[in-house]
Design a protein around this ligand. Structure first.
Ligand code: PMP
Length: 348
């Protein structure tokens, strides 16, 4: 979801942005009006996340998936990196990284179908690692790190695609944060990278120019034409968050939303969630009924109540409520109401 207010603002400005007679989609990326948009986007994001001056914010393309290769291509020095295996996206990140660097799995929850976040300890952090990679929120499995590990001098790299801007984080704990925009930031087509300056400029000579963080850092994310409209939409979302009261307030709302659904699941004799309690995600909540047939029936019932996109990922089945920032509390309340009615009807 995108916030309704953001969509309405974009609609209002769609044909004639700030009296330019043009849509943002028609502005040159070198025009004053667009430069103002990208600068505002960066400024607001810096404020929201408390990004220190020694970190660069890059507006890129290629999705989080391209970061699976850009990270090792840019950070490889000794040739070895530690990865925490917490789900399908971690696995994809590792299989891409293996093309460029030795990947060592330092912890994994694959033994229990990724239903928990493994405990990490200092002994796992080999000082020879060029970086350690985690997926802070596992979109498909519905798990999230409740604590960010302290990896000392080893840069911590995080795929934050599905929980960036959802709760307060300390950026200084990370060397690099990346996220595809399409969950909490804006429409697809934009990828955000937040990178500590000393990690820029280490790519080998044969690294393609578009995959070198230095290219984008030196050119203010304007080496070539950036995804202008998604950047504009992101700037509206950042402003919406700022007007709401920032990430602290957003986090309170997200905790409230997740609690409504988790409390219901904990009480239910019919719906269950496979995820261990201390590893629960605030953004993605998977759940099932006692049978696959009832899952399918529930999805139909949900649709009839205007509850969309509840089907679990094709790799795990069941249901998954993705309650990103823009989902209002009422959306979760309606879901729980429909679940309670369904349970009453089908519980034997
Ligand atoms: N990582 C995570 C945690 C994700 O949720 C996703 C997308 N669902 C990706 C990576 C891949 O992102 P993209 O489609 O932007 O490449």
């Amino acid at each position: 979801m995108l916030p309704q207010e953001v969509l309405e603002k974009a609609q209002k400005e769609l044909l004639n942005y700030k009296d330019s007679g043009m849509s943002v989609m028609e502005l040159s990326h070198r025009s004053g009006l667009f430069i103002e948009i990208i600068e505002n986007a960066e400024k607001t994001l810096r404020k929201l996340m408390g990004i220190p001056d020694n970190y660069k914010v890059l507006f890129l393309q290629g999705g989080a998936t391209l970061q699976f290769s850009m990270v090792p291509l840019n950070l490889k020095q000794n040739g070895k990196a530690g990865y925490v295996n917490t789900g399908s996206w971690s696995k994809k990140a590792m299989s891409e990284a293996r093309k460029y660097i030795d990947v060592e799995i330092i912890a994994s929850s694959e033994d229990e179908n990724f239903t928990y976040i493994p405990k990490l300890d200092q002994k796992m952090f080999n000082p020879d690692f060029d970086y350690i990679h985690i997926t802070t929120n596992n979109t498909i499995e519905g798990t999230a790190f409740s604590e960010i590990p302290d990896t000392g001098d080893i840069p911590l790299v995080a795929d934050m695609s599905s929980n960036i801007l959802s709760e307060e984080i300390d950026v200084t704990k990370f060397g690099l944060i990346y996220a595809g925009a399409q969950k909490n930031i804006g429409p697809a087509g934009l990828t955000i990278v937040i990178i500590r300056e000393d990690l820029i400029g280490k790519a080998k000579k044969d690294c393609p120019i578009m995959l070198d963080y230095k290219t984008h850092s030196d050119s203010g994310s304007m080496y070539n034409t950036p995804p202008t409209f998604p950047i504009y939409m992101a700037s509206l979302v950042f402003q919406w968050l700022e007007d709401l009261g920032g990430i602290k307030v957003m986090e309170e709302i997200n905790r409230k939303k997740a609690k409504i659904l988790y409390d219901f699941l904990d009480k239910s004799d019919f719906f269950t969630s496979p995820v261990e309690k201390d590893s629960r995600s605030l953004m993605n909540i998977p759940f099932v009924t006692p049978t696959k047939e009832l899952d399918a029936l529930f999805l139909e019932e949900a649709k009839a109540n205007e509850l969309e996109t509840l089907k679990g990922h094709r790799s795990v089945g069941g249901m998954r409520a993705s309650i990103y920032n823009a989902m209002p509390v009422e959306g979760v309340e309606r879901l729980v109401h429909v679940m309670a009615k369904f349970e009453k009807k089908h519980l034997r």
